[in-house]
Write a protein that binds this ligand. Structure first.
Ligand code: C2E
Ligand code: CA
Ligand code: CA
Length: 579
């Protein structure tokens, strides 16, 4: 953990965290002082009473005062023993010094002053010394064991980082102090595939390597903020960020951890290219209790993973809280009833930037006029069993627009539509498509149907029949999101497809790792051998574009050359391209 100006606080809180696990606690300094004073008083009284020749009368019996010396001597020894038991090392040192001073004094009293009544005192001193030593070493052994126990309870045995328990303890402590901090949940993407392909041992080594990179940043304070990193479980880590001055600082810190994990990890001659998803929530603005902070950071992490953005860091927002399935279901139902599902068109270009066509993307508006996200309402429509109705609205509207556009401009570009498996497997799907072509007058050769790879493989035989029929009609078939499912090109060979769309996640990784680039290159050359055309999806940067050009990708679809557009703007684009 970072030791900075605030390092003492850090250590203190951690210490406190560990202390809460103590079975045996050291007594506070006040007890030590009290015992010591009591000892001094008793020892002083021993001195006074031992040398006294006076007598006191109790019930008319004359009792010499010196007999009380033994009582006070026992009391002083008791103080010493209690001190060792309850005051740890300081108690032990003080007691030992006291005995070392007392012993020669008593001894001298016997030898020089002939004070023979003190002889038993010498034995008592020796016995006390033995007791002090035995107690101290016994306690030390117990403490060591306890320390190990404490460490085990707060440390993750694989990586040596603090564990989930330590994180919750620290969060509780920080919330009590009421100073702002951010808590992030970090999840390694696709970690399962490392375990599956390379075995658990190798998976563990990768985790250890990641942990040590994280630890280095936290320990050396490389991020500029005060960081506490822990491993929650499996491939999940948690990071607490403090001492930041702005929201930007948090982002920068998280980016640093992201970069650390993205750098190539080499183990036993194997290179791993790993990336991760980061979600975080801020105290007290996002939530002011420990459980909400953790669950919000997890929700944000899951969200950024789900939307497959090229950003891998997301702060929690209240929208994530309200994304209730039932609300979405109602909105979908309403939109279908009102026939208000519409479409945007995202241009696809060939590598020389010539317009190849458009992909039709479904759109729905919320009651406040903002767009709802397709990756939320499409899966909802699928679950509700109304995806065919939704597709139908999109197909009707987009095909009638595109048919008119062909009539107007004579354009030869392609229209790509998405189909969900549930929809495609319906008995009248082919009829629907035939009807659509007839009504819109779009030539079959200008229609492409996109279907995701995993769907094909799950329902292989029936899917192949349907695709064959579509193909016979002259329609092109595109395999969508290639790389996210089984990614078996040879398997795809058994499907009558023409286009392969490489998923954005591969395009994203391409310029950060040579192996990903090589992978995309291999897909493209194999696809070409098998007579597929290849579309790269989600191209955003010049670097990606350059690489894709170098490795002979056929088509580009991505924000770099065109975002999804309303139909009027798409029309303008076609007219410009024709002119
Ligand atoms: P998809 O088929 O993979 O569509 C591409 C998605 O990637 C679109 O998201 C598009 O806006 C986004 N995209 C394209 N280029 C970039 C880029 O450079 N950067 C980033 N960050 N994103 C880019 P969208 O419109 O949100 O659609 C999400 C998914 O919803 C689609 O993924 C598709 O699977 C499904 N979908 C969309 N429209 C329909 C439809 O009419 N019917 C069915 N069944 N599914 C649809
Ligand atoms: Ca698509
Ligand atoms: Ca896609």
């Amino acid at each position: 953990m970072k030791k900075s100006a605030d390092g003492s606080e850090e250590t203190r809180i951690l210490e406190k965290t560990l202390k809460s696990l103590d079975v045996r606690r050291e007594a506070p300094i006040s007890v030590f002082i009290l015992l010591f004073l009591l000892y001094l008083a008793a020892a002083f009284t021993v001195g006074v009473t031992a040398g006294s020749h006076k007598e006191i009368v109790i019930n008319s019996i004359h009792v010499p005062v010196y007999v009380f010396a033994g009582v006070f001597s026992s009391l002083s020894n008791l103080c010493i023993i209690i001190m060792v038991i309850f005051c740890g090392k300081p108690g032990f040192i003080t007691s030992s010094i006291v005995i070392m001073i007392q012993l020669p004094l008593i001894f001298a009293g016997v030898v020089i002053r002939g004070n023979y009544t003190s002889i038993p005192g010498i034995f008592i001193e020796f016995l006390t010394l033995a007791a002090v030593i035995v107690i101290y070493y016994n306690n030390a052994k117990l403490e060591k064991y306890q320390l190990r126990l404490r460490e085990q309870a707060t440390t993750d045995p694989l990586t040596g980082l603090p564990n989930a328990f330590a994180i919750t303890e620290l969060l509780d402590e920080l919330i009590k102090h009421n100073k702002p901090f951010a808590v992030a949940t970090i999840d390694v993407n696709d970690f399962k595939s490392i375990n599956d392909t390379m075995g658990f041992d190798m998976g563990n080594k990768v985790l250890v390597a990641i942990a040590s990179r994280f630890k280095e940043i936290a320990d050396k304070g490389l991020s500029g903020t005060l960081d506490f990193i822990a491993r929650l479980s499996g491939d999940e880590f948690s990071l607490i960020i403090r001492n930041y001055t702005s929201e930007k600082d948090n982002e920068n810190t998280l980016k640093q951890y992201e970069a650390a994990i993205t750098d190539k990890i080499s183990i036993e001659g194997y290179d791993f290219f790993v990336n991760s998803s980061f979600g975080y929530a801020v105290f007290p603005s996002d939530a002011d209790d420990r459980d909400s902070l953790i669950s919000y950071s997890v929700a944000a992490m899951k969200e950024i993973k789900r939307i497959k953005s090229s950003d891998h860091i997301l702060r929690f927002s209240s929208e994530l809280k309200t994304e209730n399935h039932f609300i979405v279901y109602n909105k979908v139902r309403e939109a279908l009833e009102n026939d208000s599902v519409f479409f945007y068109l995202q241009p696809q270009y060939d590598i020389s930037h010539k317009l190849r066509g458009f992909e039709v993307l479904a759109r729905m508006k919320d009651s406040d006029g903002t767009f709802m996200r397709p990756d939320i309402f499409i899966p909802a429509a699928e679950r509700m069993g109304v995806i065919d109705a939704l597709d139908q609205q999109v197909y009707n509207k987009s095909s009638s627009f595109f048919g008119d556009l062909i009539k107007k401009t004579g354009t030869k570009i392609m229209l790509s539509i998405n189909v969900s498996v549930r929809h495609m497997m319906k008995s009248n799907f082919i009829e629907e498509i035939r009807e659509m072509l007839k009504n819109s007058q779009i030539p079959a050769s200008q229609l492409e149907i996109e279907i995701t790879e995993s769907i094909l493989i799950e329902s292989a035989e029936k899917a192949a029949n349907i695709l064959n029929e579509l193909k016979e009609m002259g329609i092109r078939i595109a395999i969508d999101d290639f790389g996210t499912g089984y990614s078996s090109l040879s398997y795809l060979n058994s499907f009558p497809s023409d286009t392969l769309k490489i998923d954005k996640s591969f395009i994203d990784k391409m310029n950060t790792s040579v192996s990903s680039q090589k992978y995309v290159e291999a897909i493209i050359s194999l696809a070409h051998v098998m007579d597929f055309k290849v579309v790269a999806e989600g191209v955003e940067t010049d670097d990606q574009l350059r690489t894709l050009r170098d490795i002979s990708c056929d088509y580009i679809q991505g924000f770099i050359w065109g975002r999804p557009l309303p139909k009027e703007e798409a029309e303008k684009l076609v007219i410009e391209a024709a002119g």
